[in-house]
Write a protein that binds this ligand. Structure first.
Ligand code: ADP
Length: 366
């Protein structure tokens, strides 16, 4: 907030404007006045006040309308309603929606000062919090750029150099050296997966996801993913089954993000499975929603770990999971994406028997 706070008084009664002006001007504030809502609106745009005192009962644009507009222009401007006894109920309604405080006419200079000081304190806190939010956002963006340029790119280059050495372009390579290079490459892949998942996680914001909404046929993307994951399933001797009910509707969503969410769930079903196991994907329509169930006959998750599996970086540490490389970000990413589609994700699991993830997404309206 500027050193000298600006207060705008919007009231059609000259005596109220003048008395507020006298008190607040004497207290060292910069004062602007307006005689009606339209005039008030112009002054808000021009003078960018910290606090606005608004009379509810004015000819032309009502105080309530003006309050709504102030909130649209800058929700951090503090509004105080000036009200007569007759409009006290409206003042309470305004308080609930757009207003910080109210002053009932007639009021004393001290009452005006108390309400103004409190309102300006609130304004100061709101501005501080907005500044901190901006700083946090900048740190996040800088960190994303640091991770992607200064970590991911050099790692990708190291991997390239290893391939050049492994393929004999720099001289003969023995079998044991090749094995070491393979292991080094696998560690680099692990790191790259972690970095890429972390970058995805940081970039997934509901607002960004919603920008690219289009009609998406869920069964089509599920089939696509199953096709893509077939080779992985085959190497792990897992069979993939699908049960789609005919004509499952579309959701209004971000195709790429939904693919990412379902890919994470399905690949988990394969990775955390047992040899000869199954992953079943089914979809049904119910009450304006599409339900997708991804069920596996794998290692399952204990009830105590089940509470944490959507937490960032959480991984179950057991002899069955040790051989699976992962980042602990697959499920949190899936959850964020589903929730950005106004959907829900639930899980039931039994240790040693298997796990089912159930996703509910609202159907696209036609
Ligand atoms: P990642 O698989 O990369 O470790 P996730 O966030 O996808 O991370 O999963 C978190 C943890 O939850 C996994 O490490 C695993 O222990 C457990 N998990 C996830 N899906 C399953 C599943 N279908 N069956 C058994 N455990 C699972």
């Amino acid at each position: 907030m500027a050193e000298q706070a600006t207060i705008l008084i919007v009231d059609d009664e000259k005596v109220v404007r003048d008395s507020c002006y006298r008190v607040l001007n004497k207290d060292g504030y910069r004062i602007e006045t307006a005689t009606n809502g339209d005039n008030g609106l112009q002054k808000i745009r021009k003078a960018k006040p910290d606090l606005v005192l608004v009379d509810l009962m004015m000819p032309g644009m009502s105080g309530m309308e003006l309050l709504e507009k102030i909130e649209e222009i800058d929700p951090n401007i503090v509004s105080v309603v000036i009200t007569g006894y007759a409009t006290i109920e409206t003042a309470v309604a305004a308080m609930k929606r757009h207003t910080y405080d109210f002053l009932q006419k007639p009021f004393t200079p001290d009452q005006l000062r108390i309400v103004t000081d409190r309102g300006l304190e609130r304004r100061k806190l709101a501005l501080q919090s907005a500044r901190l939010q901006r700083e946090k956002e900048m740190i996040r963006e800088n960190f994303i750029s640091l991770v992607s340029h200064q970590l991911r790119s050099p790692l990708a280059s190291v991997k390239q150099y290893l391939v050049v050495i492994r393929d004999g372009f720099t001289g003969d390579v023995s079998a044991s050296q090749k094995e070491m290079i393979r292991k080094a490459g696998a560690y680099i892949d692990q790191l790259l997966k972690l970095i890429n998942d972390w970058l995805d996680m940081s970039r997934i914001e509901a607002a960004n996801i919603k920008e690219e909404f289009e009609p998406v046929a869920i069964d089509d993307i599920l089939s696509e993913i199953m096709e893509l994951l077939k080779p992985l399933a085959e190497t792990r001797k897992i069979s993939l089954e699908k049960h789609f009910c005919d004509g499952v509707a579309e959701v209004h969503g971000n195709r790429e993000n939904l693919k990412q969410a379902f890919t994470n769930l399905l690949s988990n079903g394969i990775h955390y499975n047992k040899e000869g196991g199954t992953v079943t994907v089914s979809s049904t329509e119910q009450n304006g929603c599409i339900e997708v169930d991804i069920s596996d006959t794998g290692i399952g998750i204990s009830q105590e770990n089940l509470h944490f599996i959507f937490d960032e970086f959480f991984r179950v540490n057991s002899k069955e999971t040790r051989s699976v490389t992962g980042s602990g970000l697959g499920l949190p990413i899936a959850k964020r994406i589903i929730e950005a589609h106004d959907g829900t994700i639930k899980v039931v699991s039994e240790l040693g028997k298997g796990t089912t993830f159930s996703i509910l997404l609202p159907k696209a309206k036609r």
